[in-house]
Design a protein around this ligand. Structure first.
Ligand code: ATP
Ligand code: MG
Length: 225
């Protein structure tokens, strides 16, 4: 059986995570079993927690309560979806994961790093991503993209935060990429979608050689190099 691969996409609001996950999934699917999922959420129980937290339910209780609720969601997501998919040799592409907890509840929310690291140890354990692609974009540009997105309604719990909060998020994601270069690749997300996609493919092929074949250009899809 082929070995599974766990790839997470991180970055601020509107950076292009969902767009690029869809493109990478399309590129890999002819060759591999691909599971596309997201956090918070990904399973029925975790999606219920997502709706509550992004609706602002936990906000009055502070970032520790939010981190605990997201952890509860993450446990269910890992147990019921991510670990079984990886055990079956699948590729799991996850839209946000543990680095979003570090950035949102930690760097931007003020929760201390030791508490976050302890939570990560018990919740994520050995199921750390094989590769994390951090889409880096000026938060003003990202928020403008998110607002312009077709069908976007009222801002959620985090979209409604100040620009200063979003600037702290960006700095946090960049710091994570710098601190863990063996796991993370920082991607310039200001470029046009095709250029971002090329950078994503190059990073995946370089870091996970097992996936390089399906991402090679000049397949029947007629990709540009
Ligand atoms: N490279 C790009 N250049 C310009 N616009 C883009 C680019 N990538 C995505 N977009 C557009 O910006 C909007 C936000 O993109 P997307 O939904 O993929 O971001 P996201 O990171 O998933 O956002 P969120 O954090 O809100 O889930 C969408 O309308 C998308 O079509
Ligand atoms: Mg998205």
């Amino acid at each position: 059986m082929t070995s599974g691969a766990f790839i997470t996409f991180e970055g601020g609001e509107g950076a292009g995570k969902s767009t690029q996950i869809g493109r990478l999934a399309d590129a890999l699917r002819p060759a591999r079993t691909v599971t596309v999922t997201r956090e918070p959420g990904g399973t029925k129980r975790a999606e219920a927690i997502r709706a509550a937290v992004l609706g602002g339910l936990a906000r009055p209780h502070g970032p520790f309560a939010e981190a605990l609720l997201f952890s509860a969601a993450r446990i269910d997501h890992l147990d019921r979806l991510i670990r079984p998919a990886l055990a079956g040799g699948g590729v799991v592409l996850c839209d946000r994961f543990m680095d979003s907890t570090r950035a949102y509840q930690g760097a931007a929310g003020g929760l201390d790093p030791d508490t976050l690291a302890a939570l990560e140890r018990v919740v994520v354990g050995p199921t750390r991503p094989d590769l994390t692609l951090i889409l880096d974009l000026d938060p003003a540009a990202g928020l403008a993209r998110a607002r312009a997105r077709a069908g976007s309604g009222a801002p959620d719990r985090f979209e409604g935060e100040t620009l200063a909060f979003h600037a702290r998020l960006r700095a946090a994601f960049r710091a994570i990429a710098a601190a863990e270069p063996e796991r993370c690749v920082l991607i310039d997300a200001a470029a046009e979608p095709d250029a971002v996609e090329a950078a994503v493919r190059a990073a995946v092929a370089a870091r996970l050689p097992v996936l390089a074949g399906p991402l090679a250009p000049d397949k029947e899809r007629g990709d540009a190099a």
